[in-house]
Design a protein around this ligand. Structure first.
Ligand code: PLP
Length: 228
């Protein structure tokens, strides 16, 4: 655990420096540690170090880890992977926040999965690439999707936008488009102010562009085991 503690402290120091450089208050950002492919044990170690927000991208893994670690106080589970409609109920049962809503069908399924519970916090994932095969709604389709969620999905609380920067572009340019998407979303849902952006390689640029939620994996956890 000494290495883990050291990497966590190092990343947090880099986040604090970037926040200061952007003239932002430290409390304006939430650092989510992405623990995908790592054992539940690592999440428990992170919890002991004070981490409360963790991210997973596969439903089965999320469900299993949450089941194993249900005794840990105050952990919030962020689902950041492609959401499949037939897994919506399982995602809803284990996630506190879903970052990857990108089409009406998945919004409807997540909303309907627990009609009597508290609304689920969701972000609309925006595709910043030209490749329709990547996750996320095209920027042009963002507002209609937001209107659909606002009008038809009473079980969801729209919180903001999420994106992954394309590999073949400067992250700052991509995140500037995400900031525009955030403005567009807020024209439909003024309270949806979250911007989930920034990974190991680009979280400083994401902070400059206004990110409120960073999803950082390997810089904190170390290299991921093979996904098998
Ligand atoms: C894996 C993953 C991350 C974290 O990636 P690192 O480069 O390890 O920080 C962030 N966001 C999403 C959507 C991911 O799948």
């Amino acid at each position: 655990m000494p290495d883990l503690a050291e990497r966590l402290a190092d990343v947090d120091a880099r986040i604090a420096t970037a926040m200061r450089a952007s003239g932002r208050a430290p409390g304006e950002v939430t650092r989510i540690v992405v623990t995908k492919f790592h054992p539940a044990r690592l999440v428990a170690d992170l919890h002991a170090l004070g981490v409360r927000d963790v991210g997973e991208n596969r439903q089965q893994e999320l469900t299993a880890k949450r089941g194993d670690l249900g005794h840990l106080d105050g952990l919030r589970w962020h689902f950041i992977g492609q959401a499949q409609t037939n897994k919506a109920r399982a995602v809803r049962a284990s996630a506190d926040v879903v970052h990857s809503v990108d089409r009406p069908r998945i919004a409807d399924a997540l909303s309907a999965a627990d009609p009597d519970g508290d609304p689920l916090d969701v972000l609309v994932q925006v595709n910043l690439t030209d490749d329709p095969g990547r996750g996320g709604v095209r920027p042009a389709d963002l507002e209609p999707l937001a209107v659909h969620i606002a009008d038809r999905c009473a079980g969801l609380r729209m919180r903001g936008v999420m994106a992954v920067a394309p590999l073949d572009e400067e992250p700052a340019a991509a995140f500037a488009r995400l900031a525009e998407a955030s403005v567009a979303l807020r024209s439909v849902a003024p309270a949806a102010t979250w911007i989930s952006a920034g990974m190991t390689g680009d979280f400083v640029e994401a902070i400059s562009a206004g990110a409120t939620h960073l999803r950082i994996g390997s810089a904190i956890t170390g290299p991921r085991p093979d996904r098998g």
